[in-house]
Design a protein around this ligand. Structure first.
Ligand code: SAM
Ligand code: ZN
Length: 295
């Protein structure tokens, strides 16, 4: 649904930024940001551009570990997610947001390293009182996320630096297959907020991993996640596992939209995919965890 909900080019996208502006904080000094002369600015005169494509550039100017996903990776991600193979993950994330428990579900949903904004679009569509903010280091991803849904704002920002958000501004945070920064998540999350984390299990894409020589999944991933989230307590962690029939294109997109794009030998991948049948049964296996801040 994410790509289907795209808006046309134009000022409409910047409205999404105006709607979340009350939650934004300067990534350099932490002061609130306001819109002045088409820029975002804090009282200490740090200023940030809003790109023509509708996303805010909230990088603080320091050193970044990388530039985030390339244009090719982001295009592969958009094409793969449009197949619907991961829509059950998006639905599970959306269902993990506890509006049935807390009737007042209004507020901001942050998608950290949100990529194309696919999951966030599903969440805000299902929760009409939520506004979304996707932050990602990649400008290619930010461009897509800026047009994924009318209630989703998009910004470039570095997950390893101060988030461009005020303390306790976030009602729900999503961390899906991406880098997470527990200290900053704990700072920006409201006391009644929830953090939804999706990670692959060792079974995820098992059939492709063996056949195409993909990088393995760290067997201690769950332990590392628990250690990382020591300031949070798990409210519920569910395993979601199913099989999908992937075409050769689907397989190529799935492999090249993630870190394998850097690690897999292109020729080996091409030959491996050629050898696959018209449709390959592939296991999708993730955990969807819901956490809250420890008091
Ligand atoms: C595996 S993708 C997941 C994207 C999205 N959550 C999804 O599942 O579709 C990882 C994302 O993290 C972004 N990324 C990498 N390093 C980052 C950083 N330091 N800060 C913010 N985003 C980063 C990449 O650009 C990419 O969009
Ligand atoms: Zn500032």
């Amino acid at each position: 649904m994410a790509d289907g909900a795209e808006q046309p080019e134009g000022a409409g996208r910047q409205d999404a930024i105006d709607r979340v502006i009350e939650y934004l904080g300067c990534p350099l000094c932490g002061l609130p940001l306001g819109r002045i002369d088409g820029q975002l600015r804090c009282a200490a005169r740090h200023s940030y551009n809003i790109a023509r494509q509708g996303y805010a550039s909230l990088l603080s100017g320091g050193k970044h570990p990388s530039a985030g996903d390339t244009a090719e990776m982001v295009a592969a991600r958009a094409a793969f997610l449009a197949t619907g193979h991961y829509s059950a993950i998006a639905d599970a994330v959306s269902a993990a947001i506890p509006d049935a428990v807390i009737p007042d579900d209004a507020g901001l949903c942050l998608d950290l390293a949100g990529g194309t904004g696919y999951y966030l679009a599903t969440v805000v569509e299902a929760h009409p009182r939520l506004l979304g903010l996707s932050i990602d280091l990649s400008q290619h991803a930010a461009r897509r996320a800026a047009r994924v849904h009318p209630r989703v704002a998009s910004a470039t920002a570095d997950a390893w630096q101060r988030f461009p958000l005020l303390d306790r501004s976030v009602r729900h945070a999503l961390s899906i297959f991406g880098p997470r920064n527990p200290d900053e998540l704990a700072r920006v999350l409201r006391e009644d907020g929830s953090l939804i984390v999706v990670t692959p299990t060792g079974e995820h894409l098992r059939e492709l991993r063996d056949g195409l020589g993909l990088i393995g999944i760290d067997e201690r991933k769950e332990d590392r996640l628990r250690a990382q989230l020591e300031r949070f307590e798990a409210v519920g962690v569910d395993r979601l596992e199913y099989r999908v029939a992937m075409s050769r294109d689907d397989v190529l997109w799935d492999v090249t939209m993630g870190p394998n794009a850097y690690h897999v030998d292109a020729e080996r991948l091409r030959l491996g995919i050629e050898r696959l049948g018209e449709a390959t049964q592939v296991t999708v296996s993730v955990t969807v965890g819901r956490y809250r801040l420890l008091g």
